[in-house]
Design a protein around this ligand. Structure first.
Ligand code: G16
Length: 538
């Protein structure tokens, strides 16, 4: 039976960089999740009788909202829901299912790399028929609906059994519970040379993959240990848990410390990798060598033709603005275009759909390609494995060889987390106001607030981060995170280009020291936020 429930708008249901993210207790308020889901449906047209994909990263409150979303999809007239078993789907796997089965779209429940548990974070986002995050026009329309909502529709009834693969009915709608891993594993087998990777493993190559207690555990175990034959135990923290086993599932040097300590030691395995809460981010390390996400994008692009799925070459590369320009140098050499977009995977969708770019990446540990419309953690790991299998060199040798050929973009991101929001907004406003006067000081050649004109649909996005551009390719970029749930997070991105190979082995923070000092001074970070040092340096 379909019920129409009267409701009132909640303040602040505005999607950020990637969907609506709030603390779990906020989502647990009566009607809160329902309002947002109904607003998604209200902002869409023409889905009657069509298929909706639903799944999430398994974090606390996932199961409850999957059940709600299924019953609301039925009440709103969808013909079918495809849901991952136990309500699980990694973000890239959901993108693949939407594309493969030509679904109308999908609802993905995730707060990505943010911590989970009863006091952690939760999130909801909508992905469109191309498998990618809703573009800005649609997220704006969803937000407008959240401000005007008066009721939502839901089918009353018992929970769907999500524990078994198979079909059932809810109201007039079919619910198909699917294996969350199978379609994704099949896609990976199409793109990569599994035999070459198996031969690498037989030669004694070792790796560790950290699932961080999150969604990629089952994917990593099935693909790395199951299909490729890495020994059992290669995947660590491989069981998805509602609180990620207390991990902060953000694959970086700080939060994947156990893995990093192991692989960065001289006796560690040849290769290490990790993925985040919902499986779209990746961390790549080799024995004694951390690979920055920006370098990883450039190296994957430069070596892509070694991999079957990309053997015919790339049409173009895209990177988010704060990502280092290492990929630009590869694009230049390959004589292909390199696009610079605002932060947020949603901005790559048009470029991929229009075949202007094949590979995309972001400094925030995201890399991916035209195989889906999300960044994809395990894809990046398999891409590296395939390249290592073909080149038979160490990760460190490949990275250093890349720097020799293209120069090195020293790069670091300094995050000031949970800063007072007013202070952070004031800092950005003051920087903006200063922009016209900065040129010509401290070696600054240009200073602007980044704006993007989408070459496919002509839309313009403004206010995407303040850039200070120095002679020789150095940069300082400031922006506020769009994914946090408490206060504001100020991100400062610092980059220096070094062509001279004899200066490629300086410790990163030392190589950037003068720019780091300048970044703090120009923005008056300590005076305005009270912080004398960043919370996280990656
Ligand atoms: C999301 C987006 C990414 C973006 C990242 C960081 O990642 O999908 O495109 O780069 O947030 O955003 P911010 O700097 O605004 O916090 P994820 O992995 O959280 O979905």
């Amino acid at each position: 039976m379909i019920e129409t429930i009267t409701t009132k708008p909640f303040e602040g249901q505005k999607p950020g960089t990637s969907g609506l993210r709030k603390k779990v207790p906020v989502f647990q308020q009566p009607h809160y999740a329902e309002n947002f889901i109904q607003s998604i449906f209200d902002a869409l047209d023409g889905y009657g009788g069509k298929t909706l994909v639903i799944g999430g990263d398994g974090r606390y409150y996932n199961t409850e909202v999957v059940q709600t979303a299924i019953r609301m999809a039925a009440a709103n007239g969808f013909g079918k829901v495809m849901a991952g078993r136990d309500g699980l789907l990694s973000t890239p796997a959901a993108s693949n299912i939407i594309r493969k089965y030509k679904a109308f779209g999908g609802i993905i429940l995730s707060a990505s790399h943010n911590p989970g548990g009863p006091d952690g974070d939760f999130g909801i986002k909508f992905n469109a028929a191309n498998g990618g995050p809703a573009p800005e026009g649609l997220t704006d329309a969803i937000y407008a609906k959240t401000r005007a909502i008066t009721s939502y529709r839901i089918v009353k009834g018992p929970d769907v059994d999500l524990g078994r693969v198979g079909s059932t009915r809810v109201g007039g709608m079919t619910v198909e519970v699917i294996d969350p891993v199978a379609d994704y594993a099949a896609l990976m087998q199409k793109l990569f040379d599994f035999d070459a990777i198996r031969a690498l493993i037989r030669s004694g190559f070792t790796m560790r993959f950290d699932g961080m207690g999150a969604i990629t555990g089952p994917y990593g175990t099935a693909i790395l240990e199951g299909l490729l034959g890495f020994p059992t135990g290669t995947v660590m923290n491989g069981i998805p848990l509602p609180d990620f086993g207390g991990h902060h599932p953000d694959p970086n040097l700080v939060h994947a410390k156990e893995l990093c300590d192991l692989v960065l030691s001289s006796t560690g395995p040849d290769f290490g990798a990790a993925s985040d809460g919902d499986g779209d981010r990746n961390l790549i390390i080799g024995r004694g060598m951390y690979v920055t996400p920006s370098d990883s994008l450039a190296i994957l692009a430069a070596n892509a033709t070694l991999v079957p799925g990309y053997k015919d070459g790339l049409s173009g590369i895209a990177r988010s603005m704060p990502t280092s320009a290492a990929a630009d140098r590869v694009a230049e050499k390959l004589r292909i275009a390199c696009y610079e977009t605002p932060t947020g995977w949603k901005f790559f969708g048009n470029l991929l759909d229009a075949k202007l770019a094949t590979i995309c990446g972001e400094e925030s540990f995201g890399t991916g390609s035209n195989h889906v419309r999300e960044k994809d953690g395990l894809w990046a790991v398999l891409m590296w494995l395939n390249i290592l299998a073909r080149r038979r060199e160490s990760v460190a040798d490949i990275v250093q060889g890349h720097w020799q050929a293209f120069g090195r973009n020293y790069y670091s991101r300094h995050d000031y987390e949970e800063v007072d929001a007013e202070a952070a907004n004031g800092l950005m406003a003051a920087l903006r106001e200063k922009l016209p006067r900065l040129k010509g000081h401290h070696g600054i050649e240009a200073a602007d607030d980044f704006a993007y004109d989408d070459p496919v649909d002509g839309s313009r996005t403004t206010g995407q981060g303040i850039r200070l551009l120095f002679a020789g390719g150095s940069r300082i970029v400031y922006r506020l995170s769009g994914t946090g749930t408490a206060g504001a997070t100020l991100r400062v991105y610092i980059e220096r280009y070094e062509a001279d190979a004899s200066r490629h082995d300086i410790e990163t923070q030392a190589a950037l020291a003068d720019l780091i000092a300048l970044s703090r001074g120009i923005a008056e970070i300590e005076e305005r936020t009270g912080r004398s040092a960043p919370t996280v340096i990656t």
